[in-house]
Design a protein around this ligand. Structure first.
Ligand SMILES: Nc1ncnc2c1ncn2[C@@H]1O[C@H](COP(=O)(O)OP(=O)(O)O)[C@@H](O)[C@H]1O
Ligand SMILES: [Mg+2]
Length: 477
C-alpha cells in the first residue's frame, strides 16, 4: 500500500510531461494539416474551373471544326450525330448545339426539346468572339463555351460542361486529406510518445532516487546514461548524494567524539564525587564521631563548662549530619550497594524532610532488579536535578515519583503541583539540558508537560539494556 503511494504520484507527474508534449505535437500536426487543407481548398477550385473553361472552349472549337463540312453541305443529321458523339465521349458535356450564321438552331443534344432560355440567357455571339461564360442551372454551374464556325460566317457552336464531376472530385479530395490528417495525428502521437518516452524514461528513476535520499538512504545512485541534460542531472545528483554521505559521516563521527568526551567527563565527575563522598564519610565523619564521643566524656563538670561542651557537641553533631547528607548527595553508597530504588527512596525522603515538601515514591515492578550502573546513575542524577528544580522553581506543595521497572524501557515520572513553566521557551539553565545530554548517552528520551494549573511532569524512558556496549565503561568502578 505504502509502496504504491510512493511510486504512484511521480509516475503521474511524468505522464503529465509526456501528455503535455504530445498535446503540443498533436496540436502542431493538426494546425499544419488544416492550414495545408484550407490553402488547397482555397486555390484548387479556381484552378480547376479555369481548366474546365479551357476544356470547354477546346471541345467547342473541335466541334466547330468537325461540323463545318456537314453544315456547309446542309446535312443537319450528321451535325446531330457529331454532337451526340461529343457528348458520349465527354461525360462532363451536358449539352451541345449549333446555330447557323443567322442564329437559327441547326442541331442540339437535348432529348426533350431545346430550352429556349439558353438563347435568351446568352445571346448568340453578336461580336463574333469565342469565350466561356458561367451559367447557373439546377445541377450547378455550367461552363458554356462558344466557338465560331468559319470565323462565324457559317454560324457557331455552344458546348456546356457541368462542374458536378469536378466538385465531386474536390469533395473526395477533401475527404482523403482529412483521412491523411487523422493518420498523421495517430502517427504523431505514436512517434511522439516513443521519442518523449526515450527522453523522459529516466525521470522516474531520478524521482525514486530522490525519494530514497529523502528517506535517509545515501547509498542510492542513478545510472548516468547518455550524456544529455538528464545525464548531467544524474551526475549532479550522484555527486550531491556523495557529498551528503560524506558530510553525514563527518557529523556522525563528530557526534560520537562529543558523546565519548561527555561520557569521560561524566565518569570522571562520578568518580571524583564518589572519592570525595567516601573521604567525607570515612575520614571527616569518623573524626566528627570521635569528637562527639570525646565531648560527651568532657560534659561532666561545672554547669558553665557543661553547657559549653554541650554546645560544641551539638555543633559537631550538626556538622556530622551535614557531612553525611553531603556525602550521600555526592554519591550515595546505597546506589552502588543496594540499588536505584533504595537510593531514590532515601533521596526523596531526605529531600521532603529538608525542604518541607510532601512527596511520594511509587515503584512498579521488581524492586530488587539491578540495572546497568550507567542507567542507574543516569536515573538517579535525573531525579536529583528534577527535585532540585521542584525546590528551586516550582513553589509546589507536593511532588511524586513513579518508577516503572516492568517493560524493556525503564520509565521514570517526576511530577509536582507547582506553578509550571513553558517547556518550549528558550532556557538559560543547564539542568534540563544536562538531563537531555545524559539521556542521549543511554538512548533515553524525555518529555516535559507543564502548565500553571497542573504543575510540571517529566516523563523519562531509558532502555533497560544499554544499546552501545562501547559506552558501558561509564560509571563502572
Ligand atoms: N519543576 C519546575 N517548576 C517550574 N519551573 C521549572 C521547573 N523545572 C524547571 N523549570 C523552569 O525551567 C528553567 C530551566 O531549568 P534548568 O534547566 O534546570 O535550569 P536552572 O534550574 O539552572 O534554572 C528554570 O529556570 C525554571 O524556570
Ligand atoms: Mg535546574
Amino acid at each position: 500500500m505504502r509502496r504504491q503511494e510512493a511510486s504512484g504520484r511521480p509516475r503521474l507527474r511524468v505522464f503529465g510531461i509526456r501528455a503535455k508534449l504530445i498535446s503540443v505535437l498533436l496540436a502542431l500536426t493538426i494546425a499544419l494539416g488544416l492550414v495545408s487543407i484550407l490553402q488547397l481548398q482555397a486555390t484548387l477550385p479556381r484552378t480547376l474551373r479555369e481548366e474546365l473553361d479551357k476544356r470547354a472552349l477546346s471541345i467547342a472549337r473541335n466541334v466547330a471544326l468537325r461540323v463545318t463540312d456537314p453544315l456547309l453541305t446542309a446535312n443537319p443529321l450528321e451535325v446531330r450525330e457529331i454532337l451526340a458523339d461529343v457528348q458520349a465521349t465527354n461525360p462532363d458535356v451536358r449539352y451541345a448545339f449549333v446555330l447557323d450564321s443567322r442564329g437559327r438552331l441547326v442541331a442540339h443534344t437535348f432529348a426533350g426539346g431545346f430550352p429556349r432560355d439558353l438563347l435568351t440567357q446568352r445571346p448568340a455571339a453578336p461580336d463574333r468572339t469565342e469565350d466561356v461564360q458561367w451559367l447557373l442551372s439546377e445541377e450547378g454551374v455550367i461552363h458554356d463555351a462558344t466557338a465560331l464556325i468559319v470565323d462565324g460566317l457559317a454560324g457557331h457552336v455552344r458546348v456546356g460542361l457541368s462542374e458536378a464531376h469536378l466538385m465531386a472530385m474536390l469533395r473526395d479530395m477533401r475527404r482523403r486529406q482529412m483521412l491523411t490528417l487523422a493518420l498523421a495525428c495517430v502517427l504523431a502521437v505514436l512517434l511522439g510518445y516513443l521519442g518523449i518516452w526515450k527522453v523522459t524514461v529516466r525521470v522516474p528513476q531520478l524521482v525514486r532516487a530522490a525519494q530514497a535520499v529523502g528517506r535517509g538512504d545515501l547509498t542510492v545512485r542513478v545510472r548516468p546514461g547518455p550524456a544529455d541534460e538528464f545525464g548531467h542531472l544524474a551526475e549532479a545528483f550522484n555527486q550531491m548524494v556523495r557529498d551528503l554521505a560524506r558530510t553525514r559521516a563527518l557529523v556522525v563521527r563528530k557526534e560520537a567524539a562529543r558523546k565519548a568526551l561527555l561520557q569521560k567527563v561524566l565518569t570522571a565527575q562520578e568518580e571524583e564525587r564518589a572519592r570525595i563522598s567516601r573521604e567525607l564519610h570515612d575520614e571527616v565523619g569518623q573524626a566528627l564521631t570521635g569528637l562527639i564521643v570525646g565531648l560527651r566524656v568532657l560534659e561532666e563538670g561545672d554547669a558553665e563548662r557543661q553547657s559549653q561542651v554541650t554546645y560544641l557537641r551539638d555543633l559537631a553533631a550538626g556538622t556530622l549530619e551535614s557531612v553525611r547528607r553531603l556525602s550521600r548527595d555526592l554519591r550515595p553508597a546505597v546506589l552502588d550497594d543496594i540499588g536505584l530504588v533504595a537510593a531514590i527512596r532515601r533521596y526523596a525522603g531526605d529531600f521532603a524532610r529538608y525542604h518541607g515538601i510532601e512527596g511520594t515514591v511509587q515503584v512498579v515492578g521488581d524492586e530488587s532488579v539491578r540495572l546497568p550502573p550507567v542507567v542507574e546513575t543516569t536515573l538517579y542524577r535525573i531525579t536529583q536535578e528534577a527535585l532540585t528544580n521542584v525546590a528551586r522553581h516550582s513553589q509546589a506543595r507536593h511532588f511524586g515519583i513513579v518508577l516503572d521497572l516492568r517493560g524493556p524501557d525503564v520509565r521514570l515520572v517526576i511530577e509536582d503541583d507547582g506553578r509550571g513553566f513553558d517547556p518550549g521557551a528558550p532556557r538559560e539553565g543547564t539542568g534540563l539540558t544536562g538531563i537531555s545530554e545524559r539521556l542521549a548517552l543511554v538512548s533515553g528520551r524525555m518529555t516535559i508537560e507543564s502548565s500553571p494549573e497542573s504543575g510540571t511532569t517529566l516523563f523519562i524512558a531509558v532502555p533497560r539494556e544499554k544499546e552501545d556496549e562501547s559506552d558501558a565503561h561509564l560509571d563502572r568502578r
